[in-house]
Unconditional design. Structure first.
Length: 198
């Protein structure tokens, strides 16, 4: 990890509220934090901009860059045929500029990134129990039973691996979770690294 910047990884099961937490964290933190923009092969949705929401690549270009080793991590998500990944140069550019680069990625992606950046600050966000997670997924009312079960299966696997993370944060209410994360990350200023899980 670059001495001038810090790499922050936030993961959590689908339905844990991590994306909302990340949005609020970026808006509220006093730290020089930027969100790493992921690359994807899926087409842009209405209102999405290349370089802001995602780096949109053709499948051919994505695979060529993957084979060239340009990704810190990448995978095909939920069997939809679309690839997502974190480009090395996006992260290194931010770190070299002294930024705290935030990756919002899944557990497998985080474990891959940690191989090259073992000093990254890792945070696992979850709702506290599988029952609460299932409740949140069902309350969305946007997915089929099959999709919900698939997400729950993945979540169960991710929860088993949460011990790989430096910190574990239970997201019961957005504002309090964001305050907790801000306080937690401020401990890393001046390399004052906490030695115990929160």
């Amino acid at each position: 990890m670059s001495a001038s910047g810090k790499l922050i990884i936030i993961s959590g099961p689908s339905g844990s509220g991590k994306s909302t937490v990340v949005q609020h964290l970026l808006a509220q933190t006093e730290l020089p934090m930027v969100l790493s923009v992921s690359a994807t092969t899926r087409p842009p949705r209405n209102g999405e901009e290349n370089g802001r929401d995602y780096i949109f690549l053709s499948d051919q270009e994505f695979q060529a860059r993957r084979l060239a080793g340009e990704f810190l991590e990448c995978k095909e998500v939920f069997g939809r045929g679309y690839w997502y990944g974190t480009l090395r140069n996006v992260v290194s550019t931010g770190l070299n500029a002294g930024k705290w680069v935030l990756l919002e990625i899944d557990v497998q992606g985080a474990l891959a990134v940690l191989q090259g950046h073992p000093q990254a600050v890792t945070i696992f966000v979850h709702p506290g129990s599988m029952a609460e997670l299932e409740k949140r997924l069902r309350n969305r009312g946007t997915e089929s039973e099959e999709a919900i079960q698939r997400r729950l299966d993945v979540a169960a696997e991710e929860l088993v691996l949460r011990h790989h993370y430096t910190h574990e944060v239970i997201n019961t209410e957005i504002s309090s979770t964001v305050k907790q994360l801000c306080k937690l990350l401020l401990q890393y200023q001046g390399e004052k690294v906490p030695c115990s899980k929160n």
